[in-house]
Ligand binder design. Structure first.
Ligand SMILES: *[C@@H]1O[C@H](CO)[C@@H](O)[C@H](O)[C@H]1NC(C)=O
Ligand SMILES: *[C@@H]1O[C@H](CO)[C@@H](O)[C@H](O)[C@H]1NC(C)=O
Ligand SMILES: *[C@@H]1O[C@H](CO)[C@@H](O)[C@H](O)[C@H]1NC(C)=O
Ligand SMILES: *[C@@H]1O[C@H](CO)[C@@H](O)[C@H](O)[C@H]1NC(C)=O
Length: 510
């Protein structure tokens, strides 16, 4: 409507301008005609070609596409507790039930700040010393926080090419939009009982709306190859794919298992956890991960739980209540040991970096083999950033030895608590896919830490942050069967759901 107004305004002005000489009038008429034709063509193409929107002064339109994004706290200080509470070294650290939310982090007021760049330090000051001191990001200020991290949908340059390319290399899969697609989901949430945890299967919960399942990510400048289990297995013949990370990594793992099997029971799939030391530790409840092999193609898919992507070492093996050295500058021992046997590795970390979790697990930060005394990496945000950089750098250093290894770092999965955090009544009650038609056009990842860690290395960024950020309706939200009543899970995703797309994008790059 704005557009029409723009074009017709000069036209109406001319109409009012009294009688003039004929020649002048004719000139004017032809001008009007040109304007009219031009406007019509523009309006017509507007409808057809979304690309054109970027060349028009439609800032409103594009920015208006993301009102909910601005209220999305990316990674505030409290986090849903990891569902796996055991650690490496066969020790049970935490006796709490799987999915209890973190009640131990009440003292955690000093650290925050997730995805953050040095430049932001400057903008932070604008918000006054109060926040600076406490480091607490209140929900009320989270919108500004997001703006600071530039998590907005950017306008495209007018010169952007329209032609599509199927070249995967040239395609930035992080740019694009969500479209409705009846061929989704790729497996039923009622099925896939073999791999899909009931706590993430929203079809088995009270949730009634499932429009969110029928969405597909359409990258902007390329068509993504349709995922097929058989194609995946053929491509991964005699190969091993491993996810190493936190519960969001585990979601991606379960999602992939369901995608490969299309959710069907597959009795021929072998549990090969033993080969990777993934057994239930003495006194423990569950192994630190799982490994399954598809015998038809000799393809192995692994998940290993490492919430902070660094090595954990008990300080006193004889003491059941021992503290653990958390070696920020050493990759998880699992990765060290098994990387030679892995062909595709997908790393992630992020939501476990808070003081409360570290204290509850009795993890003590170590650097260079001694307790960290460097104040520059002592705070959570910096320790996380330092660790991600260290681990990515280490993986990069291994690439010459294993030239066929494909290594990915998956960017942070956004949380969507609004009007509070997980333990203060925060919710994510949207049910309609607000994201449909919204374009994510930013060139840079919203996860600065991850983007900066992979820069200049052979490790690729699996950048899912911005595209997941416009999917606030895809969380388990109020329907969690494991959360305390009244507590919502706006961190984990319903499966089938958003993590399926992460795997589609991964598939397009292996
Ligand atoms: C993250 O760590 C890297 C490597 O240690 C460092 O160069 C960079 O400045 C850090 N970024 C932030 C925001 O701390
Ligand atoms: C599929 O597997 C699940 C768990 O492994 C089992 O409970 C279920 O009965 C199986 N269904 C069929 C149709 O075999
Ligand atoms: C399965 O693949 C591995 C490499 O991942 C290879 O070492 C092994 O020999 C293969 N097994 C068979 C039966 O082909
Ligand atoms: C940190 O500890 C190391 C070794 O324990 C020591 O050499 C160094 O001087 C300490 N640095 C500071 C700033 O305390």
């Amino acid at each position: 409507m704005d557009l029409k107004f723009c074009f017709f305004f000069p036209f109406s002005l001319r109409m009012k301008g009294g009688p003039y000489k004929l020649r002048r009038r004719a000139k004017e008429l032809s001008l009007i005609l040109i304007v009219l034709v031009g406007a019509t063509v523009l309006l017509w193409t507007w409808d057809r070609s979304p690309v054109l929107t970027s060349s028009l002064p439609s800032k409103n339109k594009l920015l208006h596409l993301s009102p909910d994004i601005k209220t999305v706290p990316l990674e505030p200080k409290r986090h849903v507790k990891e569902e796996i509470s055991t650690l490496t070294r066969s020790e049970v650290i935490n006796n709490k039930e799987e999915h209890h939310f973190d009640e131990t982090s009440s003292t955690d007021t000093t650290e925050t700040v997730p995805i953050q760049k040095k430049e932001e330090e400057a903008t932070k000051h604008k918000h006054g010393p109060k926040r600076e001191k406490t480091g607490v990001i209140k929900t009320g200020s989270s919108s500004t926080q997001i703006e600071e991290t530039k998590n907005v949908i950017l306008l495209e340059k007018t010169s952007e090419k329209e032609e599509k390319t199927v070249e995967n290399q040239a395609c930035n899969h992080a740019k694009g939009k969500w479209v409705i697609d009846d061929r989704r989901p790729l497996y039923s949430g009622f099925g896939c009982k073999q791999w899909l945890a009931p706590m993430w299967a929203c079809r088995l919960m009270q949730r009634q709306d499932f429009a969110f399942e029928k969405t597909r990510w359409q990258p902007k400048d390329c068509d993504m190859e349709e995922f097929e289990g058989s194609k995946f297995l053929a491509r991964m013949r005699d190969k091993t794919l491993a996810f190493v990370g936190d519960s969001l990594g585990r979601q991606q793992f379960q999602s992939l298992m369901c995608m490969i099997t299309a959710g069907k029971n597959s009795s021929d799939v072998l549990d090969v956890g033993k080969e990777y030391g993934l057994v239930i530790p003495p006194g423990g409840k569950r192994p630190n991960g799982w490994a399954y092999r598809f015998p038809s193609t000799n393809t192995t898919v692994i998940y290993y739980w490492s919430s902070t992507l660094c090595d954990l070492e008990p300080l006193n093996v004889k003491d059941p209540h021992t503290e653990y050295a958390m070696h920020l500058d050493r990759p998880p021992a699992f990765l060290h040991q098994f990387l030679p046997k892995i062909d595709v590795v997908v790393l992630n970390s992020g939501h476990h970096w808070n003081r409360g979790k570290l204290m509850a697990n009795r993890w003590v930060m170590y650097v260079g083999g001694v307790p960290n005394n460097n104040s520059k990496i002592a705070d959570m945000g910096s320790a996380k950033n330092f660790t991600i950089h260290s681990t990515v750098k280490w993986v990069d250093s291994q690439l010459p030895k294993y030239p066929l290894l494909k290594a990915f770092y998956r960017s942070i999965s956004p949380r969507h608590f609004v009007n509070g955090d997980w333990n203060t009544g925060g919710s994510c009650d949207n049910t309609t896919p607000m994201s449909i038609g919204k374009e994510v056009l930013q060139e840079e990842s919203s996860d600065y830490s991850a983007a900066s860690a992979v820069r200049g290395t052979g490790v690729k960024l699996l950048d899912i942050t911005a595209l997941s950020q416009v999917r606030d309706e895809g969380h388990i939200s109020q329907f969690s069967i494991t959360a305390t009543p009244g507590v919502q899970d706006c961190l984990h995703w319903c499966l089938p759901g958003v993590p399926d797309t992460w795997n589609e994008i991964l598939f397009a790059q292996i």
